[in-house]
Write a protein that binds this ligand. Sequence first.
Ligand SMILES: NC(=O)c1ccc[n+]([C@@H]2O[C@H](COP(=O)([O-])OP(=O)(O)OC[C@H]3O[C@@H](n4cnc5c(N)ncnc54)[C@H](OP(=O)(O)O)[C@@H]3O)[C@@H](O)[C@H]2O)c1
Length: 246
Amino acid sequence: MNPAPVLAPDATVAVIGAGRLGGVLARALHAAGFDVRGPFGRGDEVPESDIALLCVPDASIPGAAAVVRPHTRLIGHVSGATGLADVDFGIHPLQTFTGAEPPVVFHGIGAAIAGRTPDVRDLAGDLARALGAHPFEIDDTDRAAYHAAASFASNFMLTVLDAAERLALAAGISPTDARALLAPLVRQSVDNWTAAGAGEALTGPIVRGDEVTVARQREAASDLDLHDLFDALAAGTRSIVRKADA
Ligand SMILES: NC(=O)c1ccc[n+]([C@@H]2O[C@H](COP(=O)([O-])OP(=O)(O)OC[C@H]3O[C@@H](n4cnc5c(N)ncnc54)[C@H](OP(=O)(O)O)[C@@H]3O)[C@@H](O)[C@H]2O)c1
């Protein structure tokens, strides 16, 4: 019988995929004391390692796993949306990475972990803790909802902020000034939501029932072709108000 996998402090970790997350993760694993190989790009020779971490797009995970399997003991991926069909464990850092972040970017964040066996899941948890992150478990059946939550919190929030920036530009405020002026409002809203949820944190014309102002805002948004986004967000906001009033 194989011994239970244990995360040795000097384990060799090969990072496969040199994109936005791969480089940041390789630097952070090195800073945490691991013997890091890579990040490796497509077509690079695959090294021998204790652990191979696939930092490739989700659709490339099966192919990359098949290539590294003969060269490593354990394979993990860092995808939030993908199950464990092709790998031994998953470790999804709940953060956004553009590629330039320092290793401390992992400190204090959540990391969704999963493993084919309890031992391998525990190893994924140890890896998360070594990076300074807090591990929590996600089952394959819950991944779509979990990953959609992350997309709403990051990707779609940026879509909303971009609309705000465009509307501010229409009001004569430069993009740089708009981001600087709106950022305190965004931060306070996030702080209020963090403390008590959206129902408590909501302010503004919809929660006040000021439909005249809502209609004037919609007209300004329509001028920039933002009416569909405005309508979807207004409908979502009204449903939060109804739930809070119920
Ligand atoms: N970025 C984030 O904020 C973030 C956050 C959490 C989790 N993740 C996860 O991290 C993973 C990678 O995302 P990313 O944002 O870093 O993507 P990315 O910037 O597109 O980087 C992916 C890299 O993988 C390379 N690649 C593709 N197939 C490969 C293969 N078979 N062997 C070696 N390299 C290969 C790509 O090279 P080519 O350019 O040659 O295709 C590219 O450099 C995904 O699972 C994603 O869910 C990302």
